[in-house]
Design a protein. Structure first.
Length: 234
């Protein structure tokens, strides 16, 4: 009789723990969907204490940390989510996190690998175009990635600004020079970036673009480019 009582007591505790876990997850999801990210973070962490391999908790925590500019944490949780359930969207967001965290080469590597798997992933082309224009100082690669983006999304909201920038970049006499004042192509590129940043606050966090103020990159020291093509990054 005593053994039966202990078994029932154990089952009751187990059921109660599962109920609490389910309740924490529901509260986390509700808070996240309502944009209450601080509250969602608390409940997702409680979920992960008992269930560290919970995909949704890792994924949404990663997005919350990215949104709050906590890029190391974003990379950690998004990488766990990707290991649990790989997807193009998560890989793209990991790349964005590396770029925003000033880990440029890692971010570029992830974007490039993503495009090998999914050549039609337009947002990766968009971001690589901006990186090449503003940070890697590479005119040719900017033209390539933005041209690919326009092929995939010709009617995108940002397409007019990209076409405007490409008009200058495709002129064979046009040279990007860091010693000169900002040119129209740089202004056009900034319009593209600012416009994308404004759209990145939606619940899906896509498309997500790097923020120039978060990037501190001495391009002249880290990258040796042909023909000394470069741009103003201030």
């Amino acid at each position: 009789m005593k053994i039966l009582f202990l078994i029932l007591l154990y089952l009751a505790k187990l059921l109660r723990a599962e109920t609490v876990q389910t309740d924490n997850f529901k509260k986390a999801e509700k808070a996240f969907n309502e944009g209450k990210f601080s509250l969602a973070e608390i409940y997702y962490k409680k979920v992960l204490e008992k269930e560290p391999d919970n995909f949704k908790a890792n994924y949404n925590l990663g997005k919350i940390y990215f949104y709050n500019s906590k890029y190391d944490d974003a990379i950690k949780f998004l990488s766990t989510a990707y290991d649990l359930k790989p997807s193009k969207e998560i890989k793209f967001l990991i790349g964005c996190s590396y770029i925003a965290n000033n880990q440029i080469e890692k971010g570029i590597s992830i974007y490039s690998n993503l495009l090998k798997e999914a050549p039609d992933y337009a947002d990766a082309h968009l971001n690589l175009g901006i990186i090449n224009l503003k940070y890697l100082l590479n005119k040719e690669r900017t033209i390539y990635h933005w041209t690919e983006f326009l092929k995939l999304r010709p009617n995108d909201k940002q397409a007019p600004a990209i076409r405007k920038a490409l008009e200058y970049l495709q002129d064979p006499n046009f040279v990007l020079n860091p010693s000169e004042k900002k040119t129209d192509v740089i202004k056009a590129g900034e319009e593209i970036q600012q416009d994308t940043e404004q759209t990145s606050t939606n619940q899906q966090f896509l498309p997500i673009i790097i923020k120039g103020k978060d990037i501190k990159l001495d391009s002249e020291e880290k990258y040796k480019l042909k023909n000394k093509k470069s741009i103003t990054t201030e």
